[in-house]
Design a binder for this molecule. Structure first.
Ligand SMILES: [Zn+2]
Length: 183
C-alpha cells in the first residue's frame, strides 16, 4: 500500500481558517489529521453541504484513497464533476454543466521527452497507470453526456510532458465546448 500527501499542502491552514475538509480515511490517517473540521468521506458516499450534494467516487490512481467528486446544486441544478490523479474513469456522468478534469500529459510530448532522455522510462510507465492522458480524456469526455456542459476546466497539466495548446484545441474539437487551461 502506498499513500502520499499530494494535493493537500494547505489543509491545516484551511482547517484553522474555519473550513470543513472532506477526505478519505487512508488520506486522513496518512496526514495524521484530527479535529472537528475534519470529515470522512469514502468512495460511494455522499454528503450535503448547504445546497450542494457532493458524491465521492473512486479514482484510478496508484495510491489508496484517491477519490473524485460529483457536485450537484439542488438550488441551481448545476452539476460539476471533479477528477484528478486518475488515469481513466470507470464512471460516465449524465447531465453535467461543468467539468474539471486532469489532463496530465499527451503521449506524443511524453514519448518525445523519453526519446530525448529528459524523462526516465520508469516515470513514463508510472504516468500511464496513474494520470489522465489527453487520449484517455477524449475517450472519457465522449462517453459523458455533454449536452448541458458550459465549460471544461483542464487541471493538473504537466509543464514538461504536456503541450497545452494541443490539449486545449484537441478537447475543444472533440467536445465543441470552451476549454480553460487552469494551472
Ligand atoms: Zn497529483
Amino acid at each position: 500500500m502506498v499513500i502520499n500527501g499530494d494535493h493537500c499542502k494547505a489543509v491545516k491552514e484551511v482547517m484553522k481558517a474555519g473550513m470543513d475538509i472532506y477526505l478519505s480515511s487512508p488520506t486522513a490517517s496518512f496526514l495524521g489529521l484530527s479535529g472537528h473540521r475534519m470529515r470522512h468521506i469514502e468512495a460511494g458516499e455522499q454528503v450535503q453541504i448547504g445546497s450542494w450534494v457532493a458524491k465521492a467516487f473512486k479514482a484510478e490512481h496508484d495510491i489508496d484513497g484517491s477519490i473524485g467528486f460529483l457536485l450537484h446544486s439542488t438550488a441551481t441544478g448545476e452539476r460539476l464533476v471533479y477528477l484528478t490523479d486518475s488515469f481513466y474513469s470507470r464512471y460516465v456522468f449524465q447531465g453535467l454543466t461543468h467539468i474539471m478534469l486532469e489532463i496530465n500529459y499527451d503521449i506524443q510530448t511524453l514519448n518525445e521527452n523519453v526519446a530525448a532522455g529528459m524523462v526516465p522510462v520508469e516515470l513514463r510507465n508510472r504516468l500511464l497507470r496513474s494520470h489522465f492522458s489527453l487520449e484517455n480524456a477524449v475517450k472519457f469526455l465522449r462517453a459523458c453526456d455533454l449536452k448541458r456542459v458550459k465549460g471544461i476546466w483542464v487541471i493538473h497539466s504537466s509543464e514538461g510532458n504536456a503541450n497545452w495548446e494541443r490539449i486545449k484545441w484537441t478537447i475543444q474539437a472533440a467536445t465543441g465546448k470552451p476549454v480553460i487551461m487552469a494551472e
